[in-house]
Write a protein that binds this ligand. Sequence first.
Ligand SMILES: [Zn+2]
Length: 129
Amino acid sequence: MESLPFQYQKRAFWEFICPICKKERRSSYWPSPRTRHYWQLAAVGLFVTACGWPFFGFRGFFLIFPIWGTFEFIYRSRARQSLTCPHCGFDPYLYKYDVKLARAKVEEFFAEKKKQQDAKKSSKNPPTP
Ligand SMILES: [Zn+2]
């Protein structure tokens, strides 16, 4: 089970280790929607068709396509957001498409973190005149 590629593993979570900070990460989202999501979409499609039957008839089923598109967009953006490491700001999706931009984002994350720590230190110990 452990040696199978992730798409064949039957787990509720997607587990991996962050390549930068080496901390164990876990995402409850998969890169693409699972089979049960498509069954749920089919159920929503039937419900929408039934609700719109007096107005659209069978053509109401085609309303599922904009709903499907919206669902895929939201699901994939949330899955991507869940993969971004909260400890170092590494974004695997961004790394796949633009390595330099991903590096810049990690540097930006650490610069922001350092700035916040400095602000905390200065608020705890205000400079004495
Ligand atoms: Zn990390």
